[in-house]
Write a protein that binds this ligand. Sequence first.
Ligand SMILES: Nc1ncnc2c1ncn2[C@@H]1O[C@H](COP(=O)(O)OP(=O)(O)OP(=O)(O)O)[C@@H](O)[C@H]1O
Ligand SMILES: [Mg+2]
Length: 505
Amino acid sequence: MPAEPKTSTILVIDDDSEIRYSLDRVLASRGFKVQTAASGEEGLEVVKGSPPDVVFLDIRMGGISGIETLQHLRGIAPKMPIILMTAYGTAQTAIEAMKFGAFDYIMKPFDPDRVISLAEGAVRAVEDMNRAGDYESLLNSDDYEEGIVGHSPAMQEVFKIIGQVAASDVTVLVSGESGTGKELIARCVWQHSHRNRADFVAVNCAAIPDNLIESELFGHEKGSFTGATGQRIGKFEQCDRGTIFLDEIGDMALSTQTKILRVLQEGEIQRVGGSETIKVDIRVIAATNKGLEDMVEEKTFREDLYYRLNVVRIRVPPLRERKEDIPEIVDYMLQMLEKERKIKVRKVSPEALSILCACQWPGNVRELENVVYRSAVVAQGDAILIKDLPEEIAGRPVETPAPEHVAVSTSQEASETKVADPVVGDASKTETGDQADMDPLGQAVDALYAELKRVESKSLLRRLERELVERAFIDMGNNQARTAELLGMTRTTLKKRLQEYGLAK
Ligand SMILES: Nc1ncnc2c1ncn2[C@@H]1O[C@H](COP(=O)(O)OP(=O)(O)OP(=O)(O)O)[C@@H](O)[C@H]1O
Ligand SMILES: [Mg+2]
C-alpha cells in the first residue's frame, strides 16, 4: 500500500497491549508512523517531546484517566486532534467526549476502516486548520469600533450618508430586508448625533398590538381604557431630547400613523384619554423592511407620513449585494464571540469561508451571524471547518454573481475592491433574482476556480478528485463497478485511485 504523501504521526495511548498492537498494525498499514504509550503519563511525555499529528486515547486507564490525560494534552497541544476510544457508546459518552474537546470518538471493538477514516479525517482537519491561518486577523480591531463592518462600496455609501445626516436633527428612514442591520445603522446615526448623551429608545411597532401601541408611545391617563389603572408616561415623553427608533413602521395602524405625523409636524403629543398637549423634543428614526411606496399606493400607509419620514433615506443593501464583506463580518463575529461568550474560535478554513461567501443569505447578516455562532460552538479546534457548518448551509445552492449594488460609488478604490473580489465575480452579468437558468456545475466550477486563485492551492485538483471518488464510492455502497460507471472511469483506473487514496479494502 502506498504511503501518505507526508508521513503523519499517530500516538496511541492505551494500557491494553493488544489494542496498542492492533491499532499500530492497522494504521502502519496505511503509511502512518505510529508511536504507542501504555499510560496517560507516558503519553504526555511523548507529546511534550514531540507532538504527533493525531492521538488515539483510551478513556479508561489505570493511573491518570483518559479524560484527565485529554485535558493535559489539550493544554500542551491545543490543536492536536484527539480521538477517544471507549467501550461504551452511549449518548452520554459521546457528549462528554466532545465536551472535553475530543475530535471524535470510536467504540471498541474497532472496525479497522473506521480507524483509518478517523485518522485521515483528523490529519486533513489539521491541514485545513493550518491553512486557515492565512485568514487570521483580517482587520485591525480598531476598524470595528462602530460595531458595523463593511468595506464594500455599497456599505461605504451607507456610512457616507450616516456621516452626512447624523449631526442634524433630520428624520431618517432606514429601509432594507430583514436582518440587514437596520437597527445597527439607526443606533449609529444616534451615536454620531448631538443627542448621543440622551436616550435611544427603540419601539418595535410590529410586536405591540394595535390597541396598545398608542399608550406605549404617548402614554395614557388613569381610566382612559379598561386596564388603565394609573397614569402612564409613554416613550415619546420618556425620551424627551433623545432619539426614538420606530422599528417596522410599516406595521403601524393608520390611526397611530396620524398621531405620529402630528409629533413630526408639531413636536407635540397627547396622552391617550388626556386633553393636555405636551411638547416633546425628539428625533425620529424609522425603519421598515416593507416597501412603503407600495403601501402608500395601496393606501395602507399615509402618504403624508411617508414624505415626513423619508426626508433622508438610508437603504441598507442586502448581503448578496456586498458579498465581499462576508469574510470581515465573519471575522468580526468571531471576535465578538470570544469577547462576549468566551468561545475561542478565531479562524475559518478557506473552504468553509468560500461556502459562506458563495451561498445565499435570505436572512442577511442576522442569518450569517447565527450560522457563525452555531458553527463556532461545534468547532473542535480553533477554526471553523466545512464539517462544522450547519447542514443546510453546506448543502445550500450558491448564489448567482452579485448584481450591481444600488448605491453608486464612483471612487477608484471602490471599483478596485469589486474587481479584486474573487467571490462576487462579474457583477455586470446577472440581473437581480434571475436564477431560473442557473447551471449548478458552472457555479461550482466558478467557486472552485475562485478558491484556487485565492489560496493558490497546488493540491486542489488532487483533493477534488479524491473527494469525488470517496463520496461516490461510499454512495455506491463500496461497489467498484457502479462507482467506476458513475465517475466515467475504467475499473482499473478506479482501483488505482482507491489504492492511492487509501480507500481500497
Ligand atoms: N455590518 C454589520 N457588521 C456587523 N454586524 C452586523 C452588521 N449588520 C448587521 N449586523 C448584526 O446582525 C444582526 C442583525 O442586525 P439588525 O438587528 O440591526 O438588523 P435589522 O435589519 O434590524 O433586522 P430585522 O429586520 O430582523 O429587525 C445584529 O446582531 C447586528 O449586530
Ligand atoms: Mg430590526
